[in-house]
Design a protein around this ligand. Structure first.
Ligand code: C2O
Ligand code: CU
Length: 494
C-alpha cells in the first residue's frame, strides 16, 4: 500500500505522542509494558539457519554495562547492544526481517548504505512504523564497501541510547592486508547508582543544548576504561573499525605511543594518512577505519584516551604473544574506493542550509507547520529548539516542505552555516558527499562522507550528485537535536 500524505498526517498524532515533552514517563499501554526485570529477550542468530535471510529482533534485554553491580535493562537487537555485526559482500542482495519486540513502534535505518528509498527505514517518510509484534522485510543490494551501521529511526532520541545499534560491514573484494580486524562500537548509557537506566528521554533541556549524554561511556556495550585491553603482538597489523553510535556524544581519540593510519572515513577510502594532530574526532554517527601497527613492544602499556572527557581512558594497548613479523610495516595500501559520480562544481546548483536556535537570541522567528512563530512559541508550544532554513520540524511527523529539491543527476553544492553555539554532526541519507571546505578552508582530501561535523559558529561546504531518487532525510545526528527541530528532507525527483 503506497504511503500517502494523508496516512502520514494521520499517523502524525501517534508520532507526536512519542515526542510529547517532557516525555520521561509517557504512559505505555498496559499490554505494551517491557517484560519484567529478569526476563531476557529472544536471542536469535542473525543469519537464520539454511537461509540467506537475516532476522533482527529489537527487544528488551539485560546486559552488564558497568563491571560491577546488577545488570541493566536495555533495548538491544537480538539480545545485546551493540546488536550482531552484520557482514556482507559488495553486490550481495540481502533480505533482513525486522521483528519488533519492543514496547514501541520502530523502524531500522541502514546508516550510510545507498538503499532504495523505500528501504531507508524512516517512519512516515519511507514506510509505516513497524507495530508492536509486527515485522518489516528490508531487501536491498549492498552497493558500496565500508563500515556502516544500523539503528532505529523512530523516536531515535530514546531508542538508540537505550541500546539499539549495530555495526554493518561490507567487505572489499580485495581486503586490506592485516593480521586481524577489531571492531569498536562506542556509545554511552545513562544509569543510576543501582545500574538502572535513567529514563529521562525527550527533555527540552537536552534538545536545546548538547544533547543527552550518558554517564557510562561504553566500548562494545560495556564500560570503557583502562581495564579494556587490546593486546597486540609485536609488529602486528590490526584494522580497527570505529563507530560512534552514541546519541549525542562526540569522541576525540588519541592513541598514545602509536600512530595509526586513517584509511577510510564513513566507510569511504581515503589516502592512508596519520591522524591529523594525533586526535581523531568521531561525531555522533561517524565511522573511521584505522590501521594500527604494534610498533611499541617492550615499552609498557599505552592508553587510548578521549579528549572530550579530560583525557579519560577508553582502553589500554598492551603487548603479548609471539612477534607477528620481524620488522614493522610501513604505510598501508589504500583501499579501493567506491565509485561515485564526481560532482562537477562548474555546473553545480548551489544550496544553503542555515542552522539557528537554542536560546542565544536567534532565530527571531521560524516556521513550524507552515506558520511563522517567534522562538519562545517554537519552544513553548512545540517543544522545538532549532531551525534549519528558518523551519523547525517535528521528527518525521510533520514534514511539509523539503529543504530543497534536486533533479535526478543534478550536481549540487550545499553550504551549511551554523549560527549556533553548538556542534552539529549533519547526516544526509541515500548519498555520499564530498567535503570541500570546513570553515571556508578547503579540505586536503575532499573526503567522501555521509556525516560531517559542523563547528559551533562554523560552516561546511559539500558537493554531491543527486542520483538516488526519493525523499531523503538531512538531519543532525545528535538525536536530541533532530527531535528538537534539526530534521528535514531533500527530495531527488525522478
Ligand atoms: Cu544514522 Cu537519519 O540516521
Ligand atoms: Cu545538532
Amino acid at each position: 500500500m503506497p504511503l500517502t500524505r494523508r496516512d502520514f498526517l494521520q499517523s502524525a498524532g501517534a508520532a507526536l505522542g512519542a515526542l510529547a515533552l517532557p516525555s520521561a514517563s509517557s504512559p505505555t499501554p498496559a499490554d505494551a509494558r517491557p517484560p519484567a526485570a529478569g526476563s531476557v529477550c529472544v536471542s536469535v542468530p542473525p543469519r537464520l539457519a539454511g537461509a540467506s535471510a537475516i532476522e533482527l529482533v529489537p527487544g528488551v534485554c539485560r546486559q552488564a554495562i558497568r563491571p560491577d553491580g546488577p545488570q541493566t535493562e536495555i533495548w538491544g537487537f537480538n539480545g545485546s547492544a551493540p546488536g550482531p555485526l552484520l557482514r556482507f559482500r559488495q553486490g550481495e542482495s540481502v533480505a533482513i526481517r525486522v521483528r519488533n519486540a519492543l514496547p514501541q513502534p520502530t523502524t531500522v535505518h541502514w546508516h550510510g548504505l545507498r538503499v532504495p528509498n523505500a528501504m531507508d527505514g524512516v517512519p512516515h517518510v519511507t514506510q509505516h512504523p513497524i507495530a508492536l509484534g509486527g515485522t518489516f522485510d528490508y531487501r536491498y543490494r549492498v552497493e558500496d564497501t565500508g563500515t556502516y551501521w544500523y539503528h532505529p529511526h523512530q523516536s531515535s532520541f530514546e531508542q538508540v541510547p537505550r541500546g539499539l545499534y549495530g555495526m554493518l560491514v561490507v567487505e572489499e573484494a580485495k581486503p586490506l592486508a592485516v593480521d586481524r580486524e577489531v571492531h569498536w562500537v562506542l556509545s554511552d548509557f545513562k544509569l543510576d547508582q543501582g545500574n538502572r537506566p535513567v529514563e529521562d528521554f525527550g527533555r527540552i533541556l537536552d534538545f536545546g543544548t548538547e544533547g543527552r549524554h550518558g554517564n557510562v561511556v561504553t566500548l562494545n556495550g560495556t564500560a570503557a576504561g583502562a581495564h579494556r585491553r587490546l593486546e597486540l603482538r609485536p609488529g602486528e597489523r590490526v584494522r580497527l573499525r570505529l563507530l560512534n553510535a552514541a546519541s549525542a556524544r562526540a569522541f576525540l581519540l588519541e592513541f598514545r605511543g602509536h600512530s595509526p593510519w586513517i584509511v577510510a572515513y564513513d566507510g569511504q577510502a581515503v589516502a592512508p594518512h596519520p591522524i591529523p594532530d594525533g586526535r581523531l574526532l568521531l561525531g555522533a554517527g561517524q565511522r573511521t577505519d584505522l590501521v594500527l601497527d604494534g610498533t611499541r613492544p617492550g615499552a609498557g602499556e599505552f592508553a587510548v584516551v578521549d579528549h572530550r572527557r579530560a583525557a579519560a581512558t577508553m582502553a589500554t594497548l598492551a603487548y603479548a604473544g609471539k612477534p607477528a613479523r620481524a620488522k614493522a610495516l610501513g604505510r598501508p595500501a589504500a583501499l579501493a574506493p567506491n565509485r561515485y559520480v564526481e560532482p562537477d562544481l562548474g555546473r553545480a546548483t548551489d544550496h544553503y542550509l542555515v542552522f539557528e536556535g537554542s536560546g542565544q537570541g536567534t532565530p527571531a522567528i521560524g516556521r513550524v507547520d507552515g506558520k511563522a512563530l517567534d522562538v519562545e512559541d517554537i519552544a513553548r508550544r512545540h517543544g522545538l529548539t532549532w531551525t534549519m532554513n528558518y523551519t523547525a520540524q517535528h521528527e518525521h511527523a510533520m514534514m511539509h516542505e523539503p529543504l530543497f529539491r534536486l533533479r535526478r543527476g543534478e550536481h549540487a553544492t550545499v553550504k551549511m552555516i551554523n549560527n549556533t553555539d553548538f556542534e552539529h554532526p549533519m547526516h544526509l541519507h541515500g548519498h555520499f558527499f564530498r567535503v570541500l571546505a570546513i570553515n571556508d578552508i578547503p579540505t586536503r582530501l575532499r573526503e567522501w562522507r555521509d556525516t560531517v561535523v559542523i563547528d559551533p559558529r562554523g560552516s561546511c561546504d559539500i558537493a554531491l550528485v543527486a542520483d538516488n531518487v526519493g525523499e531523503w532525510m538531512f538531519h543532525c545526528h545528535i538525536l536530541d537535536h533532530a527531535a528538537g527541530g534539526m530534521m528535514g528532507t531533500v527530495v531527488v525527483e525522478a
